[in-house]
Design a protein around this ligand. Sequence first.
Ligand code: TMP
Ligand code: ASP
Length: 262
Amino acid sequence: MSLYWIGDKMARRKMLYEGKAKILYEGPEPGTIVQYFKDDATAFNAEKRSVIDGKGVLNNRLSEFFMTGLANIGVPTHFIRRLNMREQLCRSAEIVPLEVIVRNFAAGSMSKRLGIEEGTQLPRPIVEFSYKDDNLGDPLVPEEYIIAFGWATQQELDDIIAIALRVNDYMSGVMHGVGIKLIDFKIEIGRVWEGDFQRLIVADEISPDSCRLWDNETGQKLDKDVFRRDLGNLADAYSEVARRLGVMPNKPGNGSKPTLVN
Ligand code: TMP
Ligand code: ASP
């Protein structure tokens, strides 16, 4: 249990799950959760860790921005509303145990596996799946495994690919508008029930933690690779993304009071 404020009332709430970068609490109404963004950064399955002052505040705002934009073009997401600097109210969903990755340019594990130079444009966007299991290091899996092991049905998988490509179009366009190339990203998909119907929504978060973002002109990295590869200050990179998108002009953190743009 932890304490939190609703208006001027203090309430207790139940922690449902603590992950590497977020904590999920039971929400105020059935079917809702509160997603709390921590400042913790991890990489290489948490072999490397650090606390980056202000990262949680930035990712809360950036994920709100992207999820709201997706909802506006008809892509359903779990996001309901932001509660405060670090928390958002979301629909609770059953998470499909897959990391859904879309790649526009080769980088990271694809470059390593196939020997393709980072930044090489791919012939078309490529969707791939990793099985979500930290003990196994989230292994890349073929679609056949997903169906055979029942992690998703064929129909769901078709829908997931369609959603992933729509998210890619949206994210690529938004980023292009602010001079950033969307190299690749990861999303997670949840199942929600509406009466007798089940549908899929974008869940978890969309932030520079789960994307690769390169400046169009300079190629400067503005994503978690800054932390993974020790390329500089991670919060500065995320602040730059937020600033360009008009989300949050000042870098949040100790002492500095962030200004919210509404
Ligand atoms: P990869 O090149 O390491 O496979 O990563 C592909 C994309 O997925 C990249 O944008 C980073 C993101 N990603 C996550 O969000 N979480 C993870 O655990 C991993 C390995 C990658
Ligand atoms: N999120 C994973 C971890 O914490 C991997 C990564 O993003 O590099 O270890």
